[in-house]
Write a protein that binds this ligand. Sequence first.
Ligand SMILES: Cc1ncc(COP(=O)(O)O)c(C=O)c1O
Length: 385
Amino acid sequence: MHDPLLKWREEFPTLSHTVHMISHSLGAMPRRTRDRLKQFADEWSDRSIRAWREGWWDMPITVGNLIAEIIDAPQGSVVMHQNVSITQQIVLSALDWSGKRNKLVTESLNFPSNHYIFHHWPRYGVRVVEVESDDSKTVPLEKLLAAIDEETLLVSVSHVTFRSSYLQNLAAIVEKAHRVGAMVLADTYQSCGTVPFSVRELNVDFATGGSVKWLCGGPGAAYLYIRLDHIKTLEPAATGWMAHKEPFAFTPGPIEFADDATRFLNGTPAIPALYAAMSGYEIVKQIGVPAIREKSQRQTQLLIEQAKEAGLKFNGIENAKERGGVVIFDVPNGKAVTAELLRNDILVDYRPGAGIRIAPHFYTTDEELGQTIAAIKAAAELLSH
Ligand SMILES: Cc1ncc(COP(=O)(O)O)c(C=O)c1O
């Protein structure tokens, strides 16, 4: 079968010596990222302080504009930060929790970092309402929608859950939230780059995610999308001098916020991480997420079929339409089996309560699928003796 996306393998040196089934956790590094990091080093060394004016200062927006193209956001509506944990806190800090409308609705499969943050916010007036999963894999949509009411200020959910790769019905969640006057913050870390979506069409208020996984952008670069009308009105308490209208006036006292999305910034940005992140974004944009999704759905289905034939227990999402890019197999001694695969350059990971997580990406060959399943089966048998 001719797979036009395989031409991209050349661009990812690690693929010549590893079976890279771990893009839900760490995307492969593009070859040109090394050149980008060298460019940063050269600029620091050669241009020194002038580099700020020659591009560095604007990078939280110019790099955010690359993400905007992937998630269909207007240019200038995405700012770059270092991680999602920070962006969640910035959004929470931009809302007034002192009134009767002070509920934050979330679900139990949201990423733990987000839970840790939410459960610390009652001190600022937040009432956390957490909708439980019935099966540890999916979120009951009806229960979630019922929890969103006139007292809800924010709904904060994963688009695709990290542990089970369950694709939530974000459109229905946004519709209910907006109907009762609440806002929606979507954690799109596990969807962006593998499941196509448009923040404009979904009409989410905020979206956030990082670059480490499907975007092949490495650590230290996370995006925060803010709907244009909120950019004009919200004032994050978690702030800093980059959010000031005139940062170089160095005015003491309360901040006067910038009129654009830079008001969602705070201190000095992680410039090397932004350099590292760009190549992955460009590649994902060039390929197009719909093409990545089509291939992902075909390959995850193949993996499930091959694993069933091999007698492995599938512990992921059966319905392909509700499945993100990851499949999960629960085998005895899953942690040790994973360690054995890593020793053999087959890169997967293990999550307690879920199993071995496997993710093909646009650069994965069909042969690698069979290789991975055979290796899991062999390691599980070896370790059972
Ligand atoms: C859905 C989701 N949200 C958030 C995170 C963590 O983000 P960060 O480390 O950038 O705070 C992860 C990382 O695994 C994730 O999968």
